[in-house]
Each structure stands twice: as C-alpha cells, then as structure tokens.
Design a protein. Structure first.
Lengths: 156, 156
DNA sequence: TTGAGTGCAAACTTTTTGCAATGTT
DNA sequence: AACATTGCAAAAAGTTTGCACTCAA
C-alpha cells in the first residue's frame, strides 16, 4: 500500500535521526508517526490526540505537542497556520506531492493544488534579496462550490 | 501627508458603512482606526491596545478585538496569520501597495515584496476550480541578512 | 543506573463571552 | 428611552511548562 511505504520511509528516517541525535526510541513517537501517516488530511493536534485515545493508545497532550515539534523539525510532517482557524494544522510530508492550499471561508474545507510558478517566484525573491528561503506558503481563500458547503448569507 | 489621506479615505468608508449598517459612531472605533493608520507595520492586537493606553486613550481589549473584526470585515485593514507567531497580525489596507511577505525565521522581521505573477496564479486556480477566490496569502520563510538578526546556531 | 521522555495538572497566551454600565441615535 | 457598544473580569481555546515518575539505553 502506498501510504504504508511512506510510513516506512518516515519511520526509517525517524529511526536514524533519533540515534544520530542521541534521543530515545519511545513507543509514543512511533505510534504518533504511524497515526499521522495513516491520515490523508490537515489535522489539528487535538484531533490527533483524540484519535489516539479512541484507538486505546492514550498519550498526554504534552507528548503529542512535543512529538509534533520533533517531527516538524525532522521534516517528516509539515505545519500550517491557516488564517481562518486558531490552531496549527499538520500533514505528513511524504507520499503527498508538494502543493498549496485553497481554503473555503464558508465550510473550512481544504482543497490542494499545485502550481510550479510558485517555486519560480520563490527563486526570484531569494535571488533578489540574497536570502536563503527555507519554505513558502501560498494560501488562497475562496468560496467552494462543494455540496454541503454552508454559505453564510453575509459572504455571498 | 500621505498616510493622513489614507486615514481620511478609510474614515469616510467607515462612516458610510457604519450608517449603512445601522451601527453606532463611537469614539473608540475612530480612535482605533486612526491609530492603525498612523502605523506602517504588521502589529498584534496587544500592541495596538498598549499604544492606545500609552497615548492616554484606554479601551478594553474586548473593544480592540471587536473593532479589529469590524475593520477587517469592511476591508479597511488586513489580518495575517504568520506561521512563526501565535497571534494574528494586522496592517492597514489603504496607502500600501498590495504585497506579499518574507518572514525571517530568526529575528521575525517582516520584509514586503511584490510579484504580479501571484495574481496570475490566483486567476488560473480560480478559473480551473470555478471558484470565487477572495484573497491570497503568499508567505516566504527565510533567513534575512539584516544587522541585528540573531541567527540561532541550529538554523544555520 | 541514569537522565531523556512521559503524564498530569497548572500556567500561559491569545481571543471570546457574559453582563452590567454607558452613550449614540 | 432604547439598545448597540463598551469595560471588566471570567471563560475558552491552544499551547507550554514544572515536576515527579517511568523506561530505553
């Protein structure tokens, strides 16, 4: 299965980096990584916490947050700060092609899209300002036409 | 003065829309708008609150937040959610040309830049997905070379 | 054995809410 | 006078921290 290979890849990197950094291989870290790689969406820390609890693998929130930080640092997951919600959202880094986000301001649904021109822009700016650019985030806010999207009258 | 005209323009709109919506012309709303239009940066709600207090015009935080929401809705100010800080940041909408942001992950400084290609991308995506796109946000995260930028060793 | 990592609860930060007091219309 | 708006303080929401206990090395 596609996602399973991605998890194996991520796990191998986590393994290697944990050893390299002299950290400990705790059950929690691997369980959390596995849970994340079983998902295909943009989730909040709280959702991950609830999911694990529901699957009878309870971890404390502190551990969830600690682990998310570690996985972001290692590049195994990506953190987003969308403008329409308070909480940070995460997604796995492998097995999903690089993409940008189109957020529906009515129903909060996230649509992913790719456009190679963004990388071109990033390269131009990096060169112009002689700056080392680490990453970019392009978010479009719009109104999706999907069914079930509750259009607020004031947004029409 | 440049910024003063921008404030007058924003104030006129606020005036008109307040009447239109049957809201009340409170001193607070105009003071807050004026304070915002005297600034040229990306500030947090708390900073605005402190500024007003320092100028001997105290408003409650509730009022600051309420007013910021109103001004965003009316398009007189712009709200940003940058990924490196917790709090939302705001800037005035008039008198500043449309721009994107380059954030230094070391010192949190905000550099503004313009690139017309972003609008092109937005238009393509809007057409492709047959979606009404209201706004876009492109944020680049990098390491600036400005003096006083405290480079964290782990980021090098 | 040892100290990194965990769980828990308390603290903290940012934002929202409830309610009585105020002031615009 | 009516009620939208304010101030204040308390609550919420998301995240971080302190500390005692646990378990991987």
């Amino acid at each position: 299965m596609y996602a399973k290979n991605d998890f194996q890849k991520a796990k191998a990197i986590l393994d290697a980096r944990i050893e390299e950094m002299g950290l400990r291989k705790t059950v929690e870290r691997y369980k959390i990584l596995e849970e994340i790689y079983s998902r295909d969406d943009h989730f909040e820390a709280e959702e991950l916490y609830d999911d694990l609890k529901e699957k009878n693998f309870s971890v404390s929130k502190a551990t969830v947050y600690n682990c998310l930080d570690l996985l972001v640092d290692l590049g195994l997951i990506i953190r987003h700060q969308f403008g329409n919600t308070h909480a940070a959202r995460y997604e796995r880094a492998f097995g999903r092609k690089q993409h940008s986000h189109l957020i529906c301001v009515n129903c909060n649904r996230v649509l992913e899209f790719c456009d190679p021109r963004i990388q071109t822009i990033q390269n131009s700016i990096a060169e112009f300002y002689q700056t080392n650019i680490i990453e970019h985030s392009l978010i479009l806010y719009g109104q999706c036409q999907k069914e079930g999207c509750k259009h607020h009258p004031e947004n029409q």
